[in-house]
Write a protein that binds this ligand. Structure first.
Ligand code: G1P
Length: 287
C-alpha cells in the first residue's frame, strides 16, 4: 500500500509582480479572498486532505506569511477581553491546524528549483506540491482526490483540467492514455507549448509526488524562461516509473491573475450567507 501523504510543499517565493503595487509591501499569498488570505485556503485544503506538515518555500520579505500561522497572543487576549470568543478561537485554530516550517529559496531559479529547496525537509516520503495561485473549491478537497488516486494506483498523480485551446501556452500540457473517466496515464508533458500543444489538458497546481522527484530535479537543466521547471522533472518521472493525471472535480480559480482573483472574491462571497444577498443586489444595480 502507498504511504499516506503527510507533507505539503507550498512555493511562496514569487515577487507577485502582477499584483503591484499591492504586493510591494504585502506578500501576494496574504492578499485576501473575501477576508481570508489566499494561502490559508491552500493550507486548509492540505489539512483537509490529511497533511500535518506544511513546508513553505519563502524568500526575503515574506516572513509575514509565517506570522499568519503563528499564535498571536496579544490579539487573542484583546479579542477575549472584548467578548469576541469565537473569533479568538478561530485565530487559535489557524495557528494550530498544521505545523508550518519555512525554507528560503535564495534565488528565483524556477518552480522546480523552489520544490528542490524542500528536499531535506521532505525526506524519504511522498508529498504534495500545492501552488498558491490555484484556488480549488471542491466538495472533496482536490488534494484528497489526488491522494486517493495515488493510493489506488501507487503512481505519482498531478491535477489536470481542460482549458480553451487559446490558453494552452499558459500551462504545462499533458497527453496520454485514458484509464478511466478522470484518470490519464501521461505519455507527453510539455511546459507552456507555444505551438502544437499535445492536448488541451492543463496541469493545475496540485502534484502528489514520490521523493524520487528530487533526484530528477537535480538533473533538470534550465527550460522555458531559463528556469528549472517542475514539468521537466515530471516528464522524466513519467518515462521512468509512470505518472498519472487526474481531472479533479471542483471549481478552480487563478488567483495569480487579476480577473481570476476578482472572480474568486465574488464566488466565495456568494457562498457567505451574510454577503450573498446584498452582493447580488449590488451587482444587479451595477450591471
Ligand atoms: C506553473 C507550472 C505549469 C502549471 C501552472 C498551473 O506555471 O509551471 O506547468 O500549468 O503552474 O497554475 P506558472 O503559472 O507558475 O507560470
Amino acid at each position: 500500500m502507498s504511504k499516506p501523504i503527510r507533507k505539503a510543499v507550498i512555493p511562496a517565493a514569487g515577487l507577485g509582480t502582477r499584483f503591484l503595487p499591492a504586493t510591494k509591501a504585502v506578500p501576494k499569498e496574504l492578499l485576501p479572498i473575501v477576508d481570508t488570505p489566499t494561502i490559508q485556503y491552500i493550507v486548509e485544503e492540505a489539512v483537509a486532505a490529511g497533511v500535518h506538515d506544511v513546508i513553505l518555500i519563502c524568500a526575503r520579505g515574506k516572513d509575514s506569511i509565517v506570522d499568519h500561522f503563528d499564535i498571536a497572543a496579544e490579539l487573542e487576549a484583546t479579542l477575549e477581553r472584548s467578548g469576541k470568543t469565537e473569533l479568538r478561537k478561530e485565530m487559535r485554530r489557524i495557528a494550530q491546524m498544521a505545523q508550518v516550517v519555512t525554507v528560503r529559496q535564495q534565488e528565483p531559479l524556477g518552480l522546480g528549483h523552489a520544490v528542490l529547496c524542500a528536499k531535506a525537509l521532505v525526506g524519504d516520503e511522498p508529498f504534495v506540491v500545492m501552488l498558491g495561485d490555484d484556488i480549488i473549491d471542491a466538495r472533496v478537497p482536490a488534494t484528497r482526490q489526488l491522494a486517493d488516486c495515488w493510493e489506488r494506483h501507487g503512481l505519482a498523480t498531478i491535477a489536470l483540467m481542460e482549458v480553451p485551446p487559446a490558453e494552452t501556452s499558459m500551462y504545462g500540457i499533458a497527453a496520454g492514455r485514458a484509464l478511466d473517466e478522470r484518470t490519464t496515464r501521461i505519455e507527453r508533458l510539455v511546459e507552456k507549448p507555444k505551438v502544437n500543444p499535445p492536448s488541451n489538458l492543463a496541469v493545475i497546481g496540485r502534484y502528489v509526488l514520490p521523493p524520487r522527484i528530487f533526484e530528477l530535479l537535480e538533473q533538470v537543466t534550465p527550460g522555458v524562461g531559463g528556469e528549472i521547471q517542475l514539468t521537466d522533472a515530471l516528464a522524466m518521472l513519467a518515462r521512468e516509473e509512470g505518472l498519472l493525471g487526474y481531472r479533479f472535480e471542483g471549481d478552480r480559480y487563478d488567483a495569480g491573475d487579476r480577473l481570476g482573483y476578482l472572480k474568486a472574491n465574488i464566488a466565495f462571497a456568494m457562498k457567505r450567507p451574510e454577503l450573498a444577498g446584498p452582493l447580488r443586489q449590488y451587482l444587479g444595480e451595477l450591471l
